[in-house]
Design a protein. Sequence first.
Length: 309
Amino acid sequence: VLKAEYFSPWRGEQQMYKLDIGWPKTPEHFTGQTFCVAVDSLHGLVYVGQRGDNVPKVLVFSEEGYFLYAWNDTVEMPHGIFVWNTATESSVWITDVGTGKYGHTVKQYSPLGKLLQVLGTPGNAGSSLIPLQFDQPAEIFVEETGEIYVVDGDGGMNNRLLKLSDDYKEIWLTGTNGSGIGQFKIPHSVTVDAFGRVWVADRGNKRIQVFDKVTGEWLGSWSGCFSEDGPYSVRFTADYKYLIVAQLNINRLAILAAPPVGSIGDCAMVHSVQLADETKPHLVDVDMRSGAVYVAEIGAQQVQKYVPL
């Protein structure tokens, strides 16, 4: 009964997003499995990471959907992608879960694909004992200050959340393999809200866990919305009022009410977008200027754009 009352305010809610059927203009550029997408809101660019033999690993589109260029060097199996903007420049961070000579790394590129920085030891799966030794790092989030959050564990030995300074030194590290408080089973996506909290999609445990960004202290977790399928992504809408979560196995985007400061509580699903069967939404990103949501779909081998109504 309580649950019904809790959800009732949203019952008559109209659709929040509609599919932009004209994006991209030339979908034939998707030639591999599209695992991840990142928006450069400042410059109006959309980066897509795809996998496959002899396919360009990174595609770049305009926000209007025009294909601009692609690059391929030193990316083996992109898993997560993030665009970091400063006042003067932008760069693209990619987590690489490959098992070949470039894998198990977190890499920074120029917008045109020049390799600028490698974290981890390329080709070597790490152990949880060494902070900068990754084992299938799933995703990265970089704050404007240059401080970095990495979820390390897309199925590897490590199941942890790591915060690094802008010069790549460990600030704090939390998590081991398990289902207890602060433990992870496949920490898959990470983001930071406007109130100093770090949100992690703890995929295998079918929950989202929340941490203090300064101390790494555990603040709470959400599991009530994920009985059918675990969360694959965590991204806030541009106004930080909602959290967009992809659920790959049930082909759904869940839109959850984000708590303001104070208690995390449990999750309330305000809305959902049901995608076609076998679409398999993997990771999402949000244009913090327009509010558009981009969804990287492994099953459909495409990225789709949803615009707020």
